[in-house]
Design a protein around this ligand. Structure first.
Ligand code: CO
Ligand code: CO
Ligand code: CO
Length: 317
């Protein structure tokens, strides 16, 4: 995608505060000195069987990029790809699940668009508001910062194991709950603290999104592999080889920028490439602010630190 985008002309509009050239979570456009728009779009094929849950996860996932920038979501438009022979009751439940999650976020659905497609896809374009001087980019991590992560990882391997019949639907319950959890409360707890860098962990996995933060910030991120919280069963699924195609792609793409220190368990390293759906926030902030954040948001975990730029952007210890 980077290759495709790199050839496209920039808008040249000075009000574009964050555009597509920095691989950030969402675009930001200044309206005036106190207000800017945060805009993002995300949609994907069903990740769980239950339509209502799928719709709600799609909403939580679409909202996440706005939270990752420090914005407050205000409006959303739905995007639906639906088979001509698909049942309307199923679609209705997807929309109901999405609407409930948007309501929880205080985000108004204004409308949407649907197309006929053999494969079901669903998601939202979300618009948020932000103060132009309080944008959390993924390019501001500083040497000495603490890295905090707000959820557990493993949704990709768990979904793959479920698809292959290696585990049951009940075994992915903690993963489903995690995907349904809005990043809003974590982002709210960060307001007022010094946030040097923030991004949400989604399709490129923890290592891939951390790499983007490291490259954008011209630092190296040191990840404490044993401290990264894992969803129930994720480690077993990784050991059993339930690796999604996206994980292999992520590893192929990013591994050249990753240094793995001896002693790191290989399945933990593998899970750092696991593509996440509706994953948590990776935050780079001064140690004192990290401590204050964890007081406010006890589910967060310290998973690493920022060091001076070394040969590789990521160092797994
Ligand atoms: Co993102
Ligand atoms: Co996104
Ligand atoms: Co950001």
């Amino acid at each position: 995608m980077d290759q495709v985008l790199s050839g496209l002309p920039r808008s040249g509009d000075a009000n574009v505060l964050v555009g597509f050239d920095t691989s950030d979570d969402a675009g930001v456009y200044r309206l005036d000195d106190t207000c800017a728009l945060v805009q993002t779009v995300d949609f994907f094929t069903p990740i769980v069987d239950d339509p209502y849950t799928y719709g709600a996860i799609a909403a939580a996932n679409s909202l996440s990029d706005v939270y990752a920038m420090g914005g407050r979501p205000v409006t959303a438009l739905s995007i639906v790809a639906w088979p001509a022979k698909g049942g309307t009751e199923v679609l209705r439940n997807i929309l109901l699940g999405g609407a409930a999650k948007m309501k929880e976020a205080g985000c108004a659905i204004l409308g949407g668009h649907s197309v006929a497609d053999e494969e079901i896809k669903f998601g939202y374009s979300v618009t948020g508001l932000i103060h132009p001087s309080r944008i959390w980019t993924n390019a501001g991590a500083r040497v000495g910062d603490t890295l905090v992560f707000t959820k557990r990882i493993g949704t990709g391997v768990l979904a793959t194991a479920l698809k292959r019949g290696m585990i049951q639907e009940t075994d992915i319950q903690t993963a489903v709950e995690s995907m349904l959890t809005l990043n809003g409360p974590a982002a709210a707890a960060l307001q007022g603290l010094t946030v040097n860098g923030c991004t949400d962990i989604t399709g490129f996995g923890l290592a891939g999104h951390a790499r983007e933060m490291a490259l954008g910030s011209k630092v190296t991120l040191e990840v404490f592999a044993g401290e990264v919280p894992l969803l129930d069963g994720a480690r077993e699924c990784a050991l059993a080889g339930a690796l999604p195609g996206g994980l292999k792609n992520n590893r192929e793409f990013a591994a050249c920028d990753v240094e793995v220190m001896p002693g790191v368990a290989s399945e933990l390293e593998t899970l750092l490439y696991d593509p996440q759906t509706s994953g948590g926030l990776l935050v780079s902030l001064p140690a004192a602010d990290a401590g204050r954040f964890l007081d406010l948001f006890p589910a967060g975990r310290i998973i690493g630190r920022v060091v001076e730029r070394r040969e590789k952007a990521i160092r797994i210890v």
